[in-house]
Design a protein around this ligand. Structure first.
Ligand code: HEC
Ligand code: HEC
Length: 324
C-alpha cells in the first residue's frame, strides 16, 4: 500500500468522522437552556419586516435525542462494518463474503438435489415436476435473455419449443450444446459469387422451401447450390446437425425467410454463437436445464415417461421418444 492509498483512506475517514463530530457540536449548541421569564431571549440575529425575529430556542428534547441516537448508531456501525476507508470493521463483514456465504448455503441446500437429478436420464427427468421447475428457474435466469422467456426465440436466437434443431434435438445433443456452446459458421459469399449467382441461389432456396418462384432462375440457382452450399446444407437442403447448418426446406428461419433476408444471409454470412455453460453451471445444472429444454418439444413423450414411471411394466416404449 503506497501513500496514495493512505491519502484516499484519509480522504474518506477524515470527512466522515469530522462530519459526525460537527453534527454533535451543532446539536450541543442548539441545546442551550430556554430563556427564563424576564430574561432577554437570544435571537438568531435575523430580522424580517422590521420586527419579525427568529428566536434561538432549544429544539424539543425528544427530537434531539433521536439525532443523538442516529449519531451513536453511525459510530457503532463504522466500528463494526466497513465504511472508514480501508478499515474493514471489527466484524470482518464484506459484501463479497456475504454473497459467497449465501452461495455456499444454497449449494449445501440444493447441491444434493441436483446431484440426484444428475443420476436420472433426461427423458425421465423431463417428466419430474420438481426437476422441470428447477430447470425452468435455471432457464429464466440464464437463457431467457437470448431465447425469450417463452423459449420461442427471436431472430438469430433459435426457438427451443419446435422440432427444428440446428445442432440436434436428442438429449445428448442438447446437453452438448449447453455444456460446450456452439458456433454457427455460415461463410459470406459476396466475394465468391457474383450478383446474378446470388440472386439465382436465393431463388433456389425459396423454391425448395415451398415458394412459387421463377423455375428458370431456380434451375440456375440449383447448380450454384450444388457446387457451393450442398457440402454443409446437404444435397436436398435438409441441413446438417454436425455443422449446425439449418434445414432450408422447412418454413422455419433463424434469420428470416424473405428474399431480402435470405440475400443478406448469403451476402454477409452468419455466425450465431451459443455460449458454453458447463464451467459456470456445472454438470448437474446443465443436465437439469437440458431436461427442461428437451421437455419443451417433447411434452407427450415426457408424460409417457411419467406414465411409465407409475406403471414400470408398461416399459419405456410408452415414451414414444425418437431416441430409443
Ligand atoms: C461451411 C458450411 C456452410 C456453407 C458452405 C453454406 N452454409 Fe449456409 N449456413 C451454414 C450455417 C452453419 C448456418 C447457420 C448460421 C448460424 O447459425 O448463425 C447457415 C445458415 C444459412 C441460412 C440461414 C437459414 C435460416 O434459417 O435463417 C441460409 C439461407 C443459408 N445458410 C444458405 C446458404 C447458401 C445459399 C449457401 C451457398 C451459397 C450456403 N448457405 C453455404 C453453413 C454453411
Ligand atoms: C448470449 C445469448 C445466449 C444465451 C444466454 C443462451 N443461448 Fe442458447 N443459443 C444462442 C444462439 C445464438 C444459438 C444459435 C447458435 C447457432 O446459430 O448455431 C443458441 C443455440 C442454443 C441451442 C441449440 C438450438 C438448436 O436448434 O440446435 C440450445 C439447445 C440452447 N441454445 C439452449 C440454451 C440454454 C439452455 C441456455 C441457458 C443455459 C442458453 N441457450 C443461453 C444464444 C444464447
Amino acid at each position: 500500500m503506497g501513500d496514495m492509498s493512505l491519502f484516499w483512506n484519509l480522504w474518506i475517514i477524515v470527512p466522515t468522522i469530522g462530519g459526525l463530530l460537527a453534527c454533535l457540536w451543532i446539536m450541543n449548541w442548539l441545546t442551550n437552556t430556554p430563556a427564563q421569564p424576564g430574561e432577554k431571549v437570544e435571537t438568531m440575529g435575523h430580522v424580517w419586516d422590521e420586527n419579525l425575529e427568529e428566536y434561538n430556542n432549544p429544539l424539543p428534547r425528544w427530537w434531539l435525542n433521536l439525532f443523538y441516537i442516529t449519531i451513536f448508531f453511525a459510530f457503532g456501525y463504522l466500528l463494526l462494518y466497513p465504511g472508514l476507508g480501508g478499515f474493514g470493521g471489527l466484524l470482518g463483514w464484506s459484501a463479497s463474503g456475504a454473497w459467497k456465504q449465501e452461495m455456499q448455503a444454497a449449494e449445501t441446500r440444493y447441491g444434493p438435489i441436483f446431484e440426484k437429478f444428475l443420476a436420472t436420464p433426461i427423458e425421465t427427468l423431463a417428466a419430474d415436476e420438481d426437476a422441470r421447475r428447477a430447470g425452468e428457474r435455471l432457464y429464466a435466469s440464464y437463457c431467457a435473455t437470448c431465447h425469450g422467456s417463452d423459449a420461442r426465440g427471436v431472430r438469430g436466437f433459435p426457438n427451443l419449443r419446435d422440432h427444428d434443431w440446428l445442432w440436434g434435438g436428442e438429449p445428448a445433443a442438447i446437453v452438448k450444446t449447453i455444456q460446450e456452446g456452439r458456433q454457427g459458421m455460415m461463410p459470406a459469399w459476396s466475394e465468391i459469387l457474383d450478383e446474378q449467382q446470388i440472386a439465382d441461389v436465393v431463388t433456389h432456396v425459396l423454391r425448395i422451401s415451398g415458394a412459387d418462384t421463377d423455375p428458370v432462375a431456380a434451375a440456375r440457382g440449383e447448380a450454384v447450390y450444388a457446387q457451393n452450399c450442398a457440402a454443409c446444407h446437404g444435397a436436398e437442403g435438409k441441413g446438417m446437425a454436425a455443422l449446425g447448418a439449418p434445414n432450408l426446406t422447412d418454413e422455419i428461419w433463424l434469420y428470416g425467410g424473405s428474399s431480402a433476408r435470405i440475400t443478406e444471409t448469403i451476402v454477409k454470412g452468419r455466425m450465431g454463437r451459443m455460449p458454453a455453460w458447463g464451467e459456470f453451471l456445472g454438470p448437474a445444472k446443465v443436465h437439469v436445464v437440458s431436461a427442461y429444454v428437451w421437455s419443451l418439444s417433447n411434452e407427450a413423450a415426457a408424460e409417457g415417461h411419467a406414465a411409465a414411471a407409475v406403471a414400470p411394466t408398461s416399459g419405456l416404449a410408452a415414451g414414444g421418444s425418437d431416441t430409443h
